[in-house]
Write a protein that binds this ligand. Structure first.
Ligand code: NAP
Length: 506
Protein backbone atom coordinates (compact mmCIF):
# COMPACT_ATOMS: atom_id res chain seq x y z
CA UNK A 1 0.00 0.00 0.00
CA UNK A 2 1.25 3.51 -0.85
CA UNK A 3 2.12 5.67 2.12
CA UNK A 4 2.21 9.41 1.58
CA UNK A 5 5.07 11.48 2.96
CA UNK A 6 3.57 14.48 4.67
CA UNK A 7 5.09 17.72 5.94
CA UNK A 8 3.13 19.60 8.59
CA UNK A 9 4.31 23.12 9.32
CA UNK A 10 3.54 24.36 12.83
CA UNK A 11 3.05 22.53 16.12
CA UNK A 12 0.29 24.66 17.59
CA UNK A 13 -3.34 23.67 18.09
CA UNK A 14 -4.01 22.79 14.47
CA UNK A 15 -0.65 21.09 13.81
CA UNK A 16 -1.07 18.90 16.89
CA UNK A 17 -4.66 18.14 15.93
CA UNK A 18 -3.67 17.08 12.42
CA UNK A 19 -0.69 15.07 13.67
CA UNK A 20 -2.98 13.10 15.96
CA UNK A 21 -5.59 12.63 13.20
CA UNK A 22 -2.90 11.30 10.84
CA UNK A 23 -1.59 8.87 13.41
CA UNK A 24 -5.07 7.65 14.25
CA UNK A 25 -5.76 7.07 10.55
CA UNK A 26 -2.51 5.15 10.11
CA UNK A 27 -0.57 7.84 8.23
CA UNK A 28 2.65 7.74 10.17
CA UNK A 29 5.15 9.00 7.62
CA UNK A 30 4.97 12.66 8.52
CA UNK A 31 7.29 15.32 9.85
CA UNK A 32 5.95 18.07 12.08
CA UNK A 33 8.20 21.08 11.55
CA UNK A 34 8.26 23.67 14.31
CA UNK A 35 10.55 26.67 14.29
CA UNK A 36 10.32 27.11 18.07
CA UNK A 37 11.34 24.56 20.66
CA UNK A 38 8.03 23.50 22.11
CA UNK A 39 4.41 22.73 21.24
CA UNK A 40 1.59 25.17 21.75
CA UNK A 41 1.73 27.84 19.02
CA UNK A 42 -0.11 30.90 20.23
CA UNK A 43 -0.27 29.43 23.75
CA UNK A 44 3.50 29.09 23.72
CA UNK A 45 4.15 32.56 22.26
CA UNK A 46 1.71 34.41 24.50
CA UNK A 47 2.63 34.36 28.17
CA UNK A 48 1.71 37.87 29.30
CA UNK A 49 0.31 38.42 32.81
CA UNK A 50 -3.43 37.81 32.94
CA UNK A 51 -3.58 35.63 29.82
CA UNK A 52 -6.79 33.64 30.03
CA UNK A 53 -8.70 31.94 27.27
CA UNK A 54 -12.11 33.57 27.02
CA UNK A 55 -13.71 30.35 25.76
CA UNK A 56 -14.57 27.84 28.50
CA UNK A 57 -11.90 25.16 28.66
CA UNK A 58 -14.34 22.28 28.56
CA UNK A 59 -15.17 23.52 25.06
CA UNK A 60 -11.72 24.83 24.07
CA UNK A 61 -10.22 21.36 23.94
CA UNK A 62 -10.06 18.43 21.56
CA UNK A 63 -12.92 15.93 21.63
CA UNK A 64 -10.32 13.14 21.41
CA UNK A 65 -8.48 14.42 24.49
CA UNK A 66 -10.94 15.74 27.03
CA UNK A 67 -9.07 17.01 30.06
CA UNK A 68 -10.81 16.17 33.33
CA UNK A 69 -8.41 18.34 35.33
CA UNK A 70 -9.18 21.92 34.23
CA UNK A 71 -8.92 24.10 37.31
CA UNK A 72 -11.22 26.94 36.24
CA UNK A 73 -14.08 27.61 33.84
CA UNK A 74 -11.75 29.79 31.73
CA UNK A 75 -8.19 28.51 32.03
CA UNK A 76 -5.06 30.60 32.19
CA UNK A 77 -2.60 30.45 29.29
CA UNK A 78 -0.01 28.17 30.94
CA UNK A 79 -2.65 25.55 31.76
CA UNK A 80 -3.76 25.44 28.12
CA UNK A 81 -0.19 25.25 26.88
CA UNK A 82 0.51 22.35 29.28
CA UNK A 83 -2.60 20.61 27.98
CA UNK A 84 -1.43 20.93 24.36
CA UNK A 85 2.05 19.66 25.20
CA UNK A 86 0.50 16.72 27.04
CA UNK A 87 -1.77 15.84 24.11
CA UNK A 88 1.22 15.93 21.74
CA UNK A 89 3.19 13.59 24.00
CA UNK A 90 0.29 11.24 24.69
CA UNK A 91 -0.13 10.81 20.94
CA UNK A 92 3.59 10.23 20.38
CA UNK A 93 4.15 13.30 18.25
CA UNK A 94 7.68 14.04 19.56
CA UNK A 95 9.08 11.18 17.50
CA UNK A 96 7.78 12.92 14.39
CA UNK A 97 8.54 16.53 15.39
CA UNK A 98 11.55 18.59 14.34
CA UNK A 99 11.85 21.52 16.70
CA UNK A 100 14.02 24.51 15.90
CA UNK A 101 13.47 23.90 12.20
CA UNK A 102 11.78 26.66 10.28
CA UNK A 103 10.29 25.88 6.90
CA UNK A 104 11.49 28.72 4.73
CA UNK A 105 10.02 27.67 1.42
CA UNK A 106 8.21 24.99 -0.54
CA UNK A 107 8.04 24.39 -4.25
CA UNK A 108 5.63 22.12 -6.07
CA UNK A 109 7.48 19.67 -8.30
CA UNK A 110 5.83 16.93 -10.33
CA UNK A 111 3.38 15.37 -7.87
CA UNK A 112 4.67 16.70 -4.55
CA UNK A 113 6.51 19.37 -2.64
CA UNK A 114 10.17 20.16 -2.20
CA UNK A 115 10.39 21.69 1.25
CA UNK A 116 13.33 23.89 2.30
CA UNK A 117 14.24 24.44 5.91
CA UNK A 118 16.33 26.94 7.87
CA UNK A 119 19.11 24.37 8.31
CA UNK A 120 19.74 24.57 4.56
CA UNK A 121 18.21 21.17 3.76
CA UNK A 122 15.52 20.30 1.24
CA UNK A 123 13.26 17.28 1.41
CA UNK A 124 10.52 15.88 -0.78
CA UNK A 125 6.99 15.26 0.46
CA UNK A 126 3.79 14.17 -1.24
CA UNK A 127 1.70 16.62 0.78
CA UNK A 128 2.32 19.95 2.43
CA UNK A 129 0.07 20.90 5.37
CA UNK A 130 0.28 24.47 6.62
CA UNK A 131 -0.79 24.68 10.25
CA UNK A 132 0.87 28.00 10.89
CA UNK A 133 -2.00 29.88 12.50
CA UNK A 134 -3.04 33.39 11.53
CA UNK A 135 -2.42 35.58 14.61
CA UNK A 136 1.24 34.98 14.77
CA UNK A 137 3.33 37.88 13.47
CA UNK A 138 3.23 40.82 15.91
CA UNK A 139 1.84 44.07 14.55
CA UNK A 140 4.30 46.82 15.43
CA UNK A 141 2.43 50.12 15.32
CA UNK A 142 3.78 52.96 13.24
CA UNK A 143 4.34 55.33 16.18
CA UNK A 144 7.13 57.88 15.93
CA UNK A 145 10.01 57.42 18.36
CA UNK A 146 9.19 53.87 19.56
CA UNK A 147 12.86 52.97 19.38
CA UNK A 148 13.79 56.03 21.45
CA UNK A 149 11.99 54.64 24.51
CA UNK A 150 14.45 54.35 27.38
CA UNK A 151 12.56 51.69 29.33
CA UNK A 152 11.53 48.19 28.27
CA UNK A 153 9.49 47.96 25.08
CA UNK A 154 7.83 44.65 24.22
CA UNK A 155 4.99 43.21 22.22
CA UNK A 156 2.41 41.35 24.31
CA UNK A 157 3.22 38.09 22.52
CA UNK A 158 6.93 38.38 23.27
CA UNK A 159 6.69 38.90 27.01
CA UNK A 160 10.02 39.56 28.72
CA UNK A 161 9.91 37.41 31.85
CA UNK A 162 13.38 38.64 32.75
CA UNK A 163 11.97 42.13 33.39
CA UNK A 164 10.86 42.70 36.98
CA UNK A 165 7.42 44.36 37.23
CA UNK A 166 7.56 45.32 40.89
CA UNK A 167 7.62 49.09 41.35
CA UNK A 168 7.37 49.77 37.60
CA UNK A 169 5.06 52.19 35.77
CA UNK A 170 3.56 50.28 32.85
CA UNK A 171 1.93 51.62 29.69
CA UNK A 172 -0.25 49.39 27.51
CA UNK A 173 -1.15 50.37 23.95
CA UNK A 174 -4.26 48.61 22.67
CA UNK A 175 -7.66 47.65 24.03
CA UNK A 176 -8.31 44.31 22.33
CA UNK A 177 -8.68 41.02 24.20
CA UNK A 178 -4.97 41.19 25.02
CA UNK A 179 -4.77 44.80 26.23
CA UNK A 180 -7.84 44.44 28.44
CA UNK A 181 -6.54 41.20 30.01
CA UNK A 182 -3.14 42.77 30.61
CA UNK A 183 -4.54 45.88 32.27
CA UNK A 184 -6.85 43.77 34.42
CA UNK A 185 -3.87 41.77 35.66
CA UNK A 186 -1.43 44.64 36.10
CA UNK A 187 -3.86 46.91 37.97
CA UNK A 188 -2.85 46.76 41.61
CA UNK A 189 0.24 44.68 40.88
CA UNK A 190 2.31 47.67 39.77
CA UNK A 191 2.19 51.26 41.08
CA UNK A 192 0.77 52.77 37.89
CA UNK A 193 -0.85 51.55 34.69
CA UNK A 194 -1.65 53.77 31.71
CA UNK A 195 -3.92 52.29 29.05
CA UNK A 196 -3.65 54.04 25.69
CA UNK A 197 -7.01 53.50 24.04
CA UNK A 198 -7.60 54.41 20.41
CA UNK A 199 -11.01 52.74 20.20
CA UNK A 200 -13.16 51.59 23.13
CA UNK A 201 -14.41 48.01 23.30
CA UNK A 202 -17.70 46.48 24.35
CA UNK A 203 -17.11 44.09 27.24
CA UNK A 204 -19.20 40.96 27.79
CA UNK A 205 -19.31 40.22 31.53
CA UNK A 206 -18.55 36.78 32.84
CA UNK A 207 -17.59 34.95 35.99
CA UNK A 208 -14.47 32.80 35.99
CA UNK A 209 -15.07 30.37 38.80
CA UNK A 210 -12.64 27.71 39.96
CA UNK A 211 -13.86 24.12 39.91
CA UNK A 212 -14.59 22.90 43.41
CA UNK A 213 -12.69 19.87 44.74
CA UNK A 214 -15.93 17.85 44.39
CA UNK A 215 -16.35 18.83 40.74
CA UNK A 216 -12.71 18.03 40.01
CA UNK A 217 -13.06 14.61 41.63
CA UNK A 218 -16.20 13.89 39.64
CA UNK A 219 -14.54 14.77 36.33
CA UNK A 220 -11.53 12.66 37.28
CA UNK A 221 -13.60 9.61 38.23
CA UNK A 222 -15.98 9.93 35.29
CA UNK A 223 -14.17 11.74 32.42
CA UNK A 224 -17.16 11.05 30.16
CA UNK A 225 -18.94 13.80 32.09
CA UNK A 226 -16.86 16.22 30.00
CA UNK A 227 -19.22 15.56 27.10
CA UNK A 228 -21.99 17.51 28.83
CA UNK A 229 -20.27 20.90 29.20
CA UNK A 230 -18.78 20.48 25.72
CA UNK A 231 -22.23 20.01 24.21
CA UNK A 232 -23.72 22.76 26.38
CA UNK A 233 -21.08 25.27 25.30
CA UNK A 234 -21.40 24.21 21.70
CA UNK A 235 -25.12 24.92 21.84
CA UNK A 236 -24.51 28.29 23.53
CA UNK A 237 -21.91 29.28 20.92
CA UNK A 238 -24.30 28.24 18.16
CA UNK A 239 -26.83 30.75 19.51
CA UNK A 240 -24.14 33.40 19.96
CA UNK A 241 -22.96 32.92 16.38
CA UNK A 242 -26.46 33.64 15.11
CA UNK A 243 -25.93 37.15 16.44
CA UNK A 244 -22.63 37.42 14.58
CA UNK A 245 -23.97 36.55 11.17
CA UNK A 246 -27.58 37.79 11.23
CA UNK A 247 -29.17 40.95 12.56
CA UNK A 248 -31.94 40.11 15.00
CA UNK A 249 -32.80 39.12 18.51
CA UNK A 250 -29.48 37.58 19.60
CA UNK A 251 -27.55 40.61 18.38
CA UNK A 252 -29.94 42.92 20.22
CA UNK A 253 -29.71 40.83 23.39
CA UNK A 254 -25.90 40.93 23.42
CA UNK A 255 -26.00 44.68 22.81
CA UNK A 256 -28.31 45.06 25.79
CA UNK A 257 -26.03 42.95 28.01
CA UNK A 258 -22.85 44.89 27.16
CA UNK A 259 -24.57 48.26 27.59
CA UNK A 260 -25.83 47.16 30.98
CA UNK A 261 -22.35 45.98 31.90
CA UNK A 262 -20.92 49.39 30.98
CA UNK A 263 -23.26 50.96 33.53
CA UNK A 264 -21.10 49.40 36.25
CA UNK A 265 -18.62 52.21 35.50
CA UNK A 266 -19.70 54.87 37.95
CA UNK A 267 -17.90 58.01 36.71
CA UNK A 268 -19.90 59.42 33.76
CA UNK A 269 -16.80 60.87 32.09
CA UNK A 270 -14.93 57.57 32.30
CA UNK A 271 -18.06 55.77 31.07
CA UNK A 272 -18.27 58.14 28.10
CA UNK A 273 -14.67 57.41 27.21
CA UNK A 274 -15.33 53.67 27.39
CA UNK A 275 -18.45 53.81 25.21
CA UNK A 276 -17.92 52.46 21.69
CA UNK A 277 -19.72 54.07 18.74
CA UNK A 278 -20.25 50.75 16.94
CA UNK A 279 -22.28 47.60 17.58
CA UNK A 280 -21.19 44.93 20.02
CA UNK A 281 -19.30 42.05 18.30
CA UNK A 282 -18.29 44.23 15.32
CA UNK A 283 -14.77 43.92 16.71
CA UNK A 284 -13.97 40.64 18.40
CA UNK A 285 -16.02 40.76 21.58
CA UNK A 286 -13.91 41.13 24.70
CA UNK A 287 -15.02 38.86 27.54
CA UNK A 288 -13.92 39.95 31.00
CA UNK A 289 -14.89 39.61 34.63
CA UNK A 290 -12.65 42.46 35.78
CA UNK A 291 -11.71 45.02 33.15
CA UNK A 292 -14.19 47.72 34.25
CA UNK A 293 -13.13 47.27 37.88
CA UNK A 294 -9.51 47.66 36.83
CA UNK A 295 -9.98 50.90 34.85
CA UNK A 296 -11.88 52.45 37.73
CA UNK A 297 -8.90 52.12 40.08
CA UNK A 298 -7.05 55.31 41.00
CA UNK A 299 -3.73 53.81 39.92
CA UNK A 300 -5.03 53.12 36.38
CA UNK A 301 -5.27 55.92 33.82
CA UNK A 302 -7.33 55.58 30.67
CA UNK A 303 -5.68 57.83 28.11
CA UNK A 304 -7.91 58.50 25.12
CA UNK A 305 -5.93 61.31 23.53
CA UNK A 306 -4.03 59.97 20.55
CA UNK A 307 -0.36 59.13 20.84
CA UNK A 308 1.83 61.77 19.22
CA UNK A 309 5.16 60.09 19.75
CA UNK A 310 7.27 58.08 22.14
CA UNK A 311 10.40 59.52 23.69
CA UNK A 312 13.03 58.31 26.11
CA UNK A 313 10.91 58.96 29.22
CA UNK A 314 7.58 57.68 27.94
CA UNK A 315 4.60 58.38 25.71
CA UNK A 316 3.55 61.88 24.64
CA UNK A 317 -0.05 62.43 23.57
CA UNK A 318 -1.29 64.80 20.87
CA UNK A 319 -2.31 67.23 23.61
CA UNK A 320 1.32 67.30 24.78
CA UNK A 321 0.94 65.26 27.97
CA UNK A 322 3.93 63.10 28.82
CA UNK A 323 3.24 59.76 30.56
CA UNK A 324 6.51 58.73 32.13
CA UNK A 325 6.86 54.94 32.00
CA UNK A 326 9.32 52.16 32.80
CA UNK A 327 7.69 49.52 30.60
CA UNK A 328 5.68 49.98 27.41
CA UNK A 329 3.67 47.03 26.11
CA UNK A 330 2.40 46.90 22.55
CA UNK A 331 -0.90 45.01 22.78
CA UNK A 332 -1.44 46.00 19.18
CA UNK A 333 -2.37 42.67 17.68
CA UNK A 334 -1.03 40.71 14.76
CA UNK A 335 -0.73 40.66 10.99
CA UNK A 336 -3.86 38.62 10.37
CA UNK A 337 -3.23 38.43 6.62
CA UNK A 338 0.11 36.61 6.83
CA UNK A 339 -1.05 33.02 7.42
CA UNK A 340 1.90 30.81 6.35
CA UNK A 341 3.98 33.68 5.02
CA UNK A 342 6.90 34.57 5.07
CA UNK A 343 7.35 30.99 3.83
CA UNK A 344 8.02 31.32 0.09
CA UNK A 345 5.52 28.94 -1.50
CA UNK A 346 5.52 28.28 -5.23
CA UNK A 347 2.76 26.15 -6.67
CA UNK A 348 2.15 24.56 -10.04
CA UNK A 349 3.33 26.51 -13.08
CA UNK A 350 5.57 28.69 -10.90
CA UNK A 351 2.62 30.55 -9.30
CA UNK A 352 3.73 32.09 -6.03
CA UNK A 353 1.55 32.44 -2.96
CA UNK A 354 2.19 36.18 -2.87
CA UNK A 355 0.86 36.48 -6.41
CA UNK A 356 -2.12 34.23 -5.73
CA UNK A 357 -2.96 36.35 -2.68
CA UNK A 358 -2.17 39.76 -4.18
CA UNK A 359 -5.79 40.82 -3.46
CA UNK A 360 -5.78 39.16 -0.02
CA UNK A 361 -5.79 35.59 1.27
CA UNK A 362 -8.41 33.38 -0.34
CA UNK A 363 -8.94 29.66 -0.42
CA UNK A 364 -11.47 26.98 -1.20
CA UNK A 365 -13.44 25.90 1.87
CA UNK A 366 -10.65 27.28 4.06
CA UNK A 367 -8.29 24.40 3.37
CA UNK A 368 -7.08 24.34 -0.26
CA UNK A 369 -6.09 26.64 -3.12
CA UNK A 370 -6.15 26.31 -6.91
CA UNK A 371 -2.67 25.99 -8.45
CA UNK A 372 -1.30 24.60 -5.18
CA UNK A 373 -1.93 20.86 -5.50
CA UNK A 374 -1.57 18.64 -2.46
CA UNK A 375 -1.31 21.68 -0.20
CA UNK A 376 -3.74 21.88 2.71
CA UNK A 377 -4.22 24.63 5.24
CA UNK A 378 -5.53 24.31 8.76
CA UNK A 379 -7.60 27.33 9.79
CA UNK A 380 -6.82 28.92 6.43
CA UNK A 381 -8.49 31.99 4.89
CA UNK A 382 -12.11 32.51 5.93
CA UNK A 383 -12.17 29.57 8.29
CA UNK A 384 -11.76 31.41 11.59
CA UNK A 385 -15.02 32.23 13.41
CA UNK A 386 -14.79 35.16 15.79
CA UNK A 387 -15.01 33.83 19.38
CA UNK A 388 -15.53 30.18 18.33
CA UNK A 389 -12.74 27.77 19.46
CA UNK A 390 -10.19 26.74 16.86
CA UNK A 391 -9.96 23.26 18.34
CA UNK A 392 -13.34 22.39 16.81
CA UNK A 393 -12.42 23.91 13.42
CA UNK A 394 -9.08 22.09 13.35
CA UNK A 395 -10.74 18.76 14.12
CA UNK A 396 -13.26 19.12 11.30
CA UNK A 397 -10.60 20.23 8.81
CA UNK A 398 -8.27 17.41 9.85
CA UNK A 399 -11.06 14.92 9.10
CA UNK A 400 -11.44 16.40 5.60
CA UNK A 401 -7.69 16.15 5.00
CA UNK A 402 -7.54 12.56 6.19
CA UNK A 403 -10.36 11.78 3.75
CA UNK A 404 -8.23 13.06 0.84
CA UNK A 405 -5.20 11.12 2.06
CA UNK A 406 -7.21 7.91 2.15
CA UNK A 407 -8.21 8.47 -1.46
CA UNK A 408 -4.59 9.17 -2.40
CA UNK A 409 -3.58 5.95 -0.65
CA UNK A 410 -6.27 4.08 -2.59
CA UNK A 411 -4.64 5.33 -5.79
CA UNK A 412 -7.53 7.58 -6.86
CA UNK A 413 -5.25 10.48 -7.68
CA UNK A 414 -1.68 11.71 -7.39
CA UNK A 415 -2.47 15.40 -7.03
CA UNK A 416 -5.54 17.34 -6.02
CA UNK A 417 -6.37 21.04 -6.08
CA UNK A 418 -9.67 22.90 -6.25
CA UNK A 419 -10.59 24.47 -9.57
CA UNK A 420 -10.45 28.21 -10.09
CA UNK A 421 -14.16 28.18 -10.93
CA UNK A 422 -15.11 26.47 -7.65
CA UNK A 423 -12.88 28.80 -5.66
CA UNK A 424 -14.33 31.87 -7.37
CA UNK A 425 -17.89 30.69 -6.74
CA UNK A 426 -17.13 29.94 -3.11
CA UNK A 427 -15.54 33.34 -2.48
CA UNK A 428 -18.33 35.16 -4.33
CA UNK A 429 -20.91 33.53 -2.07
CA UNK A 430 -18.98 34.61 1.00
CA UNK A 431 -18.75 38.17 -0.29
CA UNK A 432 -22.49 38.17 -0.89
CA UNK A 433 -23.14 37.00 2.68
CA UNK A 434 -20.79 39.55 4.29
CA UNK A 435 -23.25 42.46 4.61
CA UNK A 436 -25.50 40.60 7.03
CA UNK A 437 -22.62 39.91 9.42
CA UNK A 438 -21.99 42.20 12.35
CA UNK A 439 -18.37 42.69 11.26
CA UNK A 440 -19.41 45.03 8.44
CA UNK A 441 -21.57 47.31 10.60
CA UNK A 442 -19.06 50.13 10.90
CA UNK A 443 -15.86 49.45 12.78
CA UNK A 444 -12.31 48.52 11.90
CA UNK A 445 -10.73 45.30 13.12
CA UNK A 446 -8.36 42.55 12.10
CA UNK A 447 -11.47 40.70 10.93
CA UNK A 448 -11.59 42.88 7.82
CA UNK A 449 -9.37 42.21 4.82
CA UNK A 450 -7.86 44.78 2.45
CA UNK A 451 -11.15 44.85 0.55
CA UNK A 452 -13.02 45.84 3.72
CA UNK A 453 -14.84 42.51 3.82
CA UNK A 454 -14.63 40.04 6.71
CA UNK A 455 -11.81 37.52 6.50
CA UNK A 456 -14.05 35.16 8.49
CA UNK A 457 -16.60 32.55 7.51
CA UNK A 458 -19.83 34.58 7.23
CA UNK A 459 -22.23 31.87 8.38
CA UNK A 460 -22.47 29.82 11.55
CA UNK A 461 -19.69 27.45 12.64
CA UNK A 462 -22.21 24.60 12.45
CA UNK A 463 -22.74 25.29 8.77
CA UNK A 464 -19.00 25.21 8.13
CA UNK A 465 -18.59 21.95 10.02
CA UNK A 466 -21.40 20.40 8.00
CA UNK A 467 -19.71 21.51 4.79
CA UNK A 468 -16.21 20.43 5.65
CA UNK A 469 -17.32 17.08 7.06
CA UNK A 470 -19.29 16.27 3.92
CA UNK A 471 -17.58 14.44 1.04
CA UNK A 472 -15.92 16.77 -1.49
CA UNK A 473 -17.83 17.30 -4.72
CA UNK A 474 -15.68 15.97 -7.60
CA UNK A 475 -16.70 18.80 -9.92
CA UNK A 476 -14.86 21.25 -7.67
CA UNK A 477 -11.45 19.62 -8.08
CA UNK A 478 -8.72 19.00 -10.60
CA UNK A 479 -7.27 15.58 -9.96
CA UNK A 480 -3.91 14.65 -11.44
CA UNK A 481 -3.27 10.97 -12.06
CA UNK A 482 -0.29 8.75 -11.64
CA UNK A 483 0.59 7.13 -14.92
CA UNK A 484 -0.69 3.72 -13.80
CA UNK A 485 -3.96 4.66 -12.02
CA UNK A 486 -7.30 6.22 -12.84
CA UNK A 487 -9.98 8.00 -10.83
CA UNK A 488 -13.06 6.29 -9.51
CA UNK A 489 -16.18 8.45 -9.82
CA UNK A 490 -17.20 9.86 -6.45
CA UNK A 491 -20.74 10.44 -5.35
CA UNK A 492 -21.76 14.07 -5.10
CA UNK A 493 -22.83 14.86 -1.53
CA UNK A 494 -25.31 17.45 -0.37
CA UNK A 495 -23.39 20.70 0.01
CA UNK A 496 -24.72 23.46 2.23
CA UNK A 497 -22.57 26.21 0.77
CA UNK A 498 -22.27 25.15 -2.81
CA UNK A 499 -25.96 24.96 -3.43
CA UNK A 500 -27.14 28.25 -4.89
CA UNK A 501 -30.53 27.48 -3.39
CA UNK A 502 -29.04 27.03 0.06
CA UNK A 503 -31.32 28.94 2.44
CA UNK A 504 -29.90 31.37 4.96
CA UNK A 505 -29.37 30.08 8.46
CA UNK A 506 -32.46 30.63 10.58
P1 NAP B 1 -6.38 43.30 18.46
O1 NAP B 1 -7.70 42.75 18.82
O2 NAP B 1 -6.02 43.40 17.03
O3 NAP B 1 -6.28 44.72 19.16
C1 NAP B 1 -5.21 45.57 18.88
C2 NAP B 1 -5.38 46.84 19.68
O4 NAP B 1 -4.27 47.68 19.42
C3 NAP B 1 -6.63 47.61 19.28
O5 NAP B 1 -7.19 48.20 20.42
C4 NAP B 1 -6.07 48.68 18.34
O6 NAP B 1 -6.84 49.85 18.28
C5 NAP B 1 -4.75 48.96 19.01
N1 NAP B 1 -3.78 49.56 18.13
C6 NAP B 1 -3.20 49.01 17.02
N2 NAP B 1 -2.36 49.89 16.46
C7 NAP B 1 -2.40 51.00 17.22
C8 NAP B 1 -1.77 52.26 17.15
N3 NAP B 1 -0.92 52.56 16.15
N4 NAP B 1 -2.05 53.19 18.10
C9 NAP B 1 -2.92 52.90 19.08
N5 NAP B 1 -3.56 51.75 19.22
C10 NAP B 1 -3.30 50.79 18.28
O7 NAP B 1 -5.17 42.47 19.15
P2 NAP B 1 -5.19 41.52 20.46
O8 NAP B 1 -5.87 42.20 21.58
O9 NAP B 1 -3.82 41.04 20.65
O10 NAP B 1 -6.12 40.35 20.04
C11 NAP B 1 -5.93 39.70 18.80
C12 NAP B 1 -6.76 38.45 18.79
O11 NAP B 1 -6.09 37.47 19.54
C13 NAP B 1 -8.11 38.57 19.41
O12 NAP B 1 -9.05 39.18 18.59
C14 NAP B 1 -8.41 37.13 19.66
O13 NAP B 1 -8.80 36.51 18.47
C15 NAP B 1 -7.06 36.62 20.10
N6 NAP B 1 -6.96 36.64 21.57
C16 NAP B 1 -7.76 35.77 22.22
C17 NAP B 1 -7.72 35.76 23.59
C18 NAP B 1 -8.61 34.80 24.30
O14 NAP B 1 -8.87 34.98 25.45
N7 NAP B 1 -9.11 33.76 23.64
C19 NAP B 1 -6.90 36.62 24.31
C20 NAP B 1 -6.11 37.50 23.61
C21 NAP B 1 -6.15 37.51 22.22
P3 NAP B 1 -8.06 50.00 17.23
O15 NAP B 1 -9.16 49.16 17.79
O16 NAP B 1 -8.34 51.44 17.20
O17 NAP B 1 -7.53 49.48 15.92
Amino acid sequence: MNTPRIAIVGAGISGICLGVALRQAGFTDFVLFEKAHDYGGTWRDNSYPGLVCDVPSRYYQFTFARNPAWTRLYSAGPEIKDYLVRVAHEHRLPARTRFGTEVTGAEFEGTGWRVSTSDGKTERFDFLMCATGFLHHPNRPDIAGLDEFGGTLMHSSRWRHDVELTGKRVGVIGTGSTGTQLVSALAGAVPEVVLFQRTPQWILPTVNRAYTPVAKTLYRLAPALGVLPYSGNRAAFAVFSQGLVHPGRVRRLIQWVVERNLRSVKDPELRRKLTPDYQAMCKRLVVSDRFYQAVQRPDVTLETDGIDHVEKRGVVTVSGRLHELDILVLATGFDSQAFMRPMAITGAGGRTLDRAWAQGPRAFEGVMMPDFPNLFMLVGPHSPFANHPLTAVAEAQSARIVGWLRRWRAGEFATVAPTHAATDRYNARMRAAAPSTVWTTGCTSWYLGKDGLPALWPWTPGRYEKLIRSAPDPVDYDLGQRAESRTEPVESPSRPVDSAASPPEP
